[in-house]
Write a protein that binds this ligand. Sequence first.
Ligand code: PLP
Length: 205
Amino acid sequence: MSQSFQPPQRTLMGPGPSDVHPRILEAMGKPTIGHLDPAFIGMMDSMKALIQYAFQTNNELTFCVSAPGSAGMESCFVNLLEPGDKAIVCVNGVFGMRMLENVTRCGAKAVRVDDAWGTPVSPDKLEQALQDNPDAKLVAFVHAETSTGVRSDAAALCKLASDHNCLSIVDCVTSLGGIAVELDAQLPDSLLLPRDSWEPVHAWA
Ligand SMILES: Cc1ncc(COP(=O)(O)O)c(C=O)c1O
């Protein structure tokens, strides 16, 4: 390419990519500073406080992963699973299947709990899977399946997991901002995965 790329002005109406507000474009044109600069650290602290507010959590281990949602999802699985571990994955659409793939790529054993696309994850089926697999380490599910628009009862599913000594990975890419996500009050022992990609991590104990 002999000239720099000049993108045309478009109005983007699909689910993504989407138009970026001029305020954000302007912010991206600001000077670069180092990651150890006190100004950067101050900015990170205020961002963490805002994310804690968005997720309604006081957990200090709440941070951004500067990457797409898929990388955030992968970081959740690779940090929690080791080869040979067992994870229960609830699948009721495309992104549940992606969670399943993450588990198998970690070398872990996936227990798949299927619900028909277009229906929520069944707490009864999850409970049965938890009873059948007392050695499971975690439960993973999508709060709102983008592929069908269906919302599952995250509070009920996380409580079941917690009652069986499992952690939960909850994909909130589509739900956060549209549905209340109250991490401390409703989602015990869970790690959330929102869009592009913030990861509030609840206390695991
Ligand atoms: C529920 C859900 N999880 C994960 C992803 C992956 O996010 P990204 O496209 O930012 O990698 C998406 C993307 O639409 C999604 O809808």
